[in-house]
Design a protein around this ligand. Structure first.
Ligand SMILES: C[S@@+](CC[C@H](N)C(=O)[O-])C[C@H]1O[C@@H](n2cnc3c(N)ncnc32)[C@H](O)[C@@H]1O
Length: 166
């Protein structure tokens, strides 16, 4: 249950700085089957849906050689997310948690990250599997996923927040 501000009990919002520290160029848009946030899967492993990354003409040359990667890291701007929450209460959680301990889209810089399978390329459009965002979500970046350096098979998350980095 949220209050008049839209916050759940235990959630804390802060006053955001008056100015941004950096600007972004959206390099395209993500097309997905989900018209609203509520329809999206919680993460990209929960769906087999094919989505597309539609890169703007201005940046299309940057896709050269991208087919060499079986998987990509996709970064996107979660444009409907709150940006002022530092403590938030996930829907089914008992208490609140720090924003930086969560994968929630609500964060000062609402950057979404997914590792996707690259299914194919047609010009400036990439077909991928493994996304969880609303149709039309702005695309920020595409990078090759290197299992050799990006994968940490032994990584864990202790939900009590007591795990120490190895
Ligand atoms: C839990 S977040 C995870 C995002 C990304 N995989 C990550 O880990 O950074 C995924 C959820 O964000 C929400 N969402 C999807 N598109 C969004 C958008 N454009 N703006 C804000 N929230 C969005 C949906 O509720 C979706 O289930």
């Amino acid at each position: 249950m949220s209050d008049a501000t839209g916050h759940r009990p235990g959630e804390v919002a802060v006053a955001l700085p008056g100015a941004h520290d950096a600007g972004l160029y959206f390099i395209g848009r993500i097309r997905t089957p989900w018209a609203t946030r509520g329809e999206c899967p919680k993460n990209g492993l929960q769906t087999e849906a094919t989505c597309t990354l539609v890169v703007d003409d201005a940046f299309a040359a940057g896709l050269q050689n991208v087919e060499g990667a079986s998987h990509l890291i996709v970064l996107y701007w979660m444009d409907e997310a709150a940006r002022d929450l530092v403590l938030q209460r996930p829907r089914h959680a008992e208490g609140s948690r720090g924003t930086f301990s969560l994968r929630s889209p609500a964060r000062p810089n609402p950057i979404g990250l997914s590792v996707v399978a690259l299914l194919g390329r047609d010009g400036a459009t990439l077909s991928v599997r493994g996304l969880d965002c609303r149709d039309g979500t702005p695309l920020i970046d595409i990078k090759p996923y290197y299992a050799s350096t990006d994968s940490r098979p032994g990584a864990t998350v202790d939900r009590a927040g007591t795990a120490k980095p190895a």
